[in-house]
Write a protein that binds this ligand. Structure first.
Ligand SMILES: NC(=O)c1ccc[n+]([C@@H]2O[C@H](COP(=O)([O-])OP(=O)(O)OC[C@H]3O[C@@H](n4cnc5c(N)ncnc54)[C@H](OP(=O)(O)O)[C@@H]3O)[C@@H](O)[C@H]2O)c1
Length: 333
């Protein structure tokens, strides 16, 4: 089959992902083999392309957000049938879905409601799971005492789903951040009660709106740079949930307010263990909520074809740090 693959870690201006012939995925007992119809694009995949090369003689196939059709099932991959339309993520230690077919553990997969297009479905999985686990941890609701939430990066893929999930499933007051007219408009469309600018004084903008503190900050972008403002706006015993913590992170300022830090990595369960099937349940619930009109897909840009050119365009967009919603690649019409 064909897949988009590369060998050595590389920068965008030396883009070296090519469409190549690879072996068919080898199915494990828990796996579904899925024919890929659409792919969601994430900044994390561009980061891996920049930093992770293949083992000698090998190649890397990225992409852990897809929508497609089940064409084969492993012996204990229950709950799915050949022909089911599905969406899901994957396992970053295995080949991803930038390919004609992907083998994926059925526990991180959910069925797609009838009327939802593959491209719309592919915009959901990573944002839904990352936002859900960041906001609700391993429960299905906010921590006690959390009623006001600040979402930093409210127009991005994760922030868009976070705002929607909060408004659809909790009574929380949601403030989200965006810095440009078009991203502010989108953040408001996601349901934010108030939109403020992350390039300005966050605490000052909240005060102007009559808000003296928030209970939870969900930071999806530029967390290290916003740390002073985050500590300032959180109440004592408040919470910071962050998804972009890479490298040293100084929590010394947290102690004065007894703040808690919650990190999130969407692949923790599949890689490190735990209730992996909870991710399939979360995706299934989100898909039902989309069908019921409680959540909306977040695709804003659709690119066509499983080609190196398409993927280079997608990486260029995602590395800009200014995308709104989600870029999706349509693999088959
Ligand atoms: N840990 C995990 O499991 C996990 C999962 C998914 C993603 N992530 C990471 O989470 C981050 C966000 O992912 P995403 O898919 O939401 O990204 P994205 O869609 O590319 O985010 C784009 C948005 O980020 C905003 N932004 C850019 N710089 C910012 C800053 N300094 N402060 C606040 N907002 C800023 C922009 O808003 P404006 O244009 O309005 O400035 C833009 O709308 C990435 O670093 C990604 O790698 C982690």
């Amino acid at each position: 089959m064909k897949a988009l693959a590369y060998e050595k870690a590389h920068a965008l201006d030396a883009f070296a992902i090519d469409l190549v012939e690879v072996d068919e995925p080898r199915l494990r007992d828990r796996d579904l083999l899925v024919e890929v119809h659409a792919i969601g694009i994430n900044p994390g995949e561009a980061a891996i392309r920049r930093t992770r090369g293949a083992e000698p003689g090998g190649r890397v196939v990225l992409g852990w957000e897809f929508a497609g059709v089940v064409v084969e099932a492993g012996s204990v991959a229950t709950g799915f049938a050949i022909g089911d339309r599905v969406l899901g993520t994957g396992d970053i230690t295995r080949d991803g879905s930038w390919a004609e077919r992907v083998a994926v553990d059925h526990r991180v997969v959910a069925k797609i409601p009838d009327r939802l297009a593959f491209t719309d479905a592919a915009s959901l999985p990573v944002g839904v799971l990352t936002a859900w686990e960041s906001l609700f941890r391993d429960e299905d609701t906010l921590l006690p005492g959390v009623g006001r939430v600040l979402v930093i990066g409210g127009a991005g893929g994760v922030g868009s789903m976070a705002t929607q999930l909060l408004k659809a499933t909790t009574p929380a007051f949601v403030i989200s951040t965006a810095s440009r007219p078009e991203s502010r408009k989108w953040a408001a469309e996601m349901g934010a009660d108030l939109v403020v600018d992350h390039r300005g004084d966050l605490a000052g903008q909240l005060r102007t709106a009559g808000i003296d503190h928030v209970d939870l900050v969900f930071s999806t972008a530029g967390t290290s740079g916003h740390l002073g403002a985050i500590v300032e706006v959180l109440r004592p015993f408040g919470h910071l949930a962050a998804v972009d913590l890479a490298g040293p992170f100084d929590t010394a300022a947290f102690t004065g307010k007894s703040l808690s830090l919650h990190s999130e990595m969407v692949f923790s369960k599949i890689v490190a263990g735990g209730d992996v099937a909870s991710q399939g349940r979360i995706l299934s619930r989100a898909a039902d909520d989309v069908a019921a009109g409680l959540l909306r897909p977040i695709v804003t840009t659709t690119l066509d074809g499983l080609t190196a050119e398409t993927m280079k365009t997608a990486h260029t967009l995602v590395e800009s740090g200014r995308t709104i919603g989600k870029t999706v690649v349509r693999v088959t019409a």
